[in-house]
Design a protein around this ligand. Sequence first.
Ligand code: AHN
Ligand code: ZN
Length: 323
Amino acid sequence: MKYIPFLFLLFFISCVDHNKKKPVNSSKLEIKTPDFNADSAYKFIEKQVSFGPRVISTKASEKCAIYLKKKLELFGASVDIQTAEITTYDNKKHMLQNIIASYNPELNNRVALFAHWDSRHVADHDSINKESPILGANDGGSGVGVLLEIARAMKAKRTKIGVDIILFDAEDYGQPENSKYPIMQNSWCLGSQYWSKNLHKKGYYAKYGILLDMVGSEGATFRYEGISNYYASNIIDKVWGKAHSLGFTDYFKYQKSPEIMDDHYYVNTITGIPTIDIIEYDPFTENNFNKHWHTHQDDMRNINKNTLKAVGQTIMSVIYSEK
Ligand code: AHN
Ligand code: ZN
């Protein structure tokens, strides 16, 4: 039969092919992105909220700072607490605490992930109890919860690059609109202002930064925020591209939003680290944020695991594909 040699040859080729060992070039291997566990992130938010409002100079804030440091150390980071005395718009003096957790500290190739860990000292957008502090489950708690879960993943599997998780204090101690005190410029974002002017390490640089703020409410949408788009449009493209490839198109909109004053403004203008803000922006609410923004309703009921997953999985995918 004249086909036999041909079939034999085919068989032979397929054997050779299967048995051949490809040389392993580890630098070319993609690291598989770990799964972001939204249940775990949710619990990290619940724990922060359980301390009560995390307003600077309170017992709750002190306890939460200790918790965050301990947790990040448990997750394998080297943790620094940067402290400084600050004066707020109401003429009070406080000790600021920025919490900085580093992975692969020896590498120069780094990405910085930011969130604020304090919660607002007043409920100025509520209709009752405006003078009392808020729980800030979404506003404060959510960004930190997502970053703690990423820290947990990084303990199990290191990224190829260096990653710093930087948690700012006193972001939300800004002067209320009806305040009786003289107007103070730059009264918001005190932790990021201090850090930007006094980097925790001499010569510190990250190739880019991502700030997470209010990333946990049901149906939250994120847009090309003005300051982010001005200073770091390529990072927006990278993050939105990842989000869309993972299917989170309902959350990450290809639309612009106006400029929102937040920690990334100071990081961009003072340090030069191109930094974006992933922040809920809602064109349909009165304040353009979540409807519970700066109210007592910003509690655990305002946290949705699907939103945490969309943001957390996207950021994980971004940092694990960096090399
Ligand atoms: C202002 O409303 C000035 N900034 C929004 C930033 C913010 C407040 N993020 C959380 N709370
Ligand atoms: Zn706030």
